[in-house]
Design a protein around this ligand. Structure first.
Ligand SMILES: NC(=O)c1ccc[n+]([C@@H]2O[C@H](COP(=O)([O-])OP(=O)(O)OC[C@H]3O[C@@H](n4cnc5c(N)ncnc54)[C@H](O)[C@@H]3O)[C@@H](O)[C@H]2O)c1
Length: 434
């Protein structure tokens, strides 16, 4: 059992803290957001994440998990300090490391001898050295170790992915430090890959870039399927049986989004160019993704007769994928913004976002958010289904038909609904690539 500090109580930090407590460690999780710390201390988990409330409650009850305000309060006694703060995209595409660097400077004076600082935030190649430098300059003990331990969890199944990962990657040239970090994961059944820090950092970016590439690839194939009258679902099935390709991430849609793929692809392109390499393949992936958002708007515009000006459009789904409440870089928001810009009146329903969600979405003040899926389509000429929430399959489409106005266009950006059933209901259905 080790004393662990987790800095940042966001999606990754909360999960890391609760799961490390489950694994038997004494964990102190810190954030600067006092309200969040107060909520978590009472067992209230402020995000939608399966199994996390139960795990936080378990950690609090056992005394192995606590939440505090401020990084130093957590780091003071810790043997390991996990950095889980945000690394957003800066204007030139690079990852903005200012939050990480600030934490390193903040905790350096209070770190105990032999402590290990673990970079769990996604950071470009070289960041482990940057963190080590910041720590040293700010007065950390000279024997403090720094390791990269990138996180691969998927929102919506973060707890599962943390406790049953495909792999644990530890990047550190000091074997003793790497072994100590790996011991924190005793009890997790997964291969542990110990490598140098640069390779660990690259593994994270290469993995996300590859997944983004798969999504853009199948979206491009879907667009081809529309042109040649093929069905992308059959194509993806036929491809997926090849074990070299696999079935996962071959679902066409409105383009990838979320808090990771857009910024991580941009950061990798930026790192490549800094080192004199033009990552044209990945630039293409990003471009296909941008076009895919636009294609959904094109479909809607064409379906309502060529202009969206003054047209009422209902949206189902705002989060970047189902089973999360995360709106960051959601394709649905990009599409809603484009619809509003063309003069459409847009009303949206999402199972995970409250009516106040509009306040959290700068630039989308014109977006009306309702709490009932039928309200979203009342009087609408078109419906855009933008997130694959399972509940959308089971709605009363006779009622949807009656609530909508002609031409009753349905653009199903996730291929969630049954085209024949929709058409039988009198809805002008279009999917993606079929
Ligand atoms: N969200 C994901 O699915 C996911 C998956 C894998 C990796 N990552 C990476 O993990 C990192 C964190 O992502 P996230 O989604 O959890 O971010 P987040 O924005 O949800 O959480 C970051 C938290 O850090 C806190 N914070 C910032 N500065 C602080 C400081 N000085 N002291 C204490 N707390 C501070 C913020 O208040 C916030 O609560 C990013 O680098 C991200 O790329 C995210």
């Amino acid at each position: 059992m080790s004393d662990v500090a987790v800095i940042g109580a966001g999606y990754v930090g909360m999960t890391t803290a609760a799961c490390l407590a489950r694994l038997g460690h004494r964990v102190t999780c810190a954030d600067v957001n006092e309200e969040r710390v107060a909520q978590l201390s009472q067992g209230k988990v402020p995000i939608l994440e399966q199994d996390l409330p139960e795990l936080v409650a378990e950690g609090l009850a056992s005394g192995r998990l606590r939440f505090v305000v401020g990084a130093t309060a957590a780091a003071r006694e810790a043997e390991f300090v996990f950095l889980c703060v945000q690394t957003p995209q800066s204007e030139n595409g690079a990852a903005d490391l200012s939050a990480v660097e600030a934490v390193a400077r903040e905790i350096a004076p209070v770190l105990r001898a032999h402590a290990v600082v673990v970079n769990k935030s996604t950071m470009p190649v070289g960041s482990t050295l940057i963190v080590a430098r910041e720590l040293a300059q700010a007065g950390a003990p000279t024997d403090v170790g720094v390791a990269s331990n990138p996180e691969f969890l998927r929102e919506g199944q973060a707890v599962h992915d943390f406790l049953q990962p495909n792999r644990v990657v530890i990047g550190c040239s000091n074997t003793e430090v790497a072994v100590r970090v790996s011991e924190l994961y005793a009890g997790v059944q997964a291969p542990v890959l110990v490598t140098d820090a640069a390779s660990a950092e690259m593994i994270k970016y290469a993995s996300n870039a590859f997944l983004a590439t798969k999504i853009s690839f199948i979206n491009a194939i879907a667009n081809m399927c529309e042109a040649v009258n093929a069905d992308v679902r059959e194509v993806a099935l036929g491809m997926g049986y090849d074990t070299r390709i696999g079935f996962e991430f071959l679902h066409p849609g409105p383009g990838y989004g979320g808090s990771c793929f857009p910024k991580d692809t941009a950061a990798l392109i930026h790192t490549a160019s800094e080192h004199g390499y033009d990552f044209s393949l990945l630039r293409g992936v990003v471009e296909v993704n941008r076009e895919q958002h636009k294609r959904m708007v094109d479909k809607l515009r064409a379906a309502v007769g060529g202009s969206l000006d003054g047209v009422a459009v209902g949206i189902w789904g705002l989060t970047f994928k189902a089973n999360t409440d995360d709106l960051r870089d959601s394709p649905a928001l990009a599409i809603a913004a484009a619809l509003l810009a063309e003069g459409a009146r847009v009303r949206a329903y999402d199972p995970a976002t409250a009516p106040s969600a509009a306040e959290r979405v700068p630039g989308l003040e014109g977006l009306e958010i309702v709490t009932d899926p039928y309200d979203a389509v009342a009087g609408a000429a078109a419906l855009a289904l933008l997130t694959e929430w399972d509940e959308f399959r089971w709605l009363d489409f006779g009622r949807v038909h009656d609530a909508m106005d002609a031409p009753r266009a349905v653009v199903d950006a996730r291929n969630l609904l049954d085209p024949a059933a929709m058409r039988r209901r009198g809805l002008a259905y279009q999917g993606v690539g079929r």
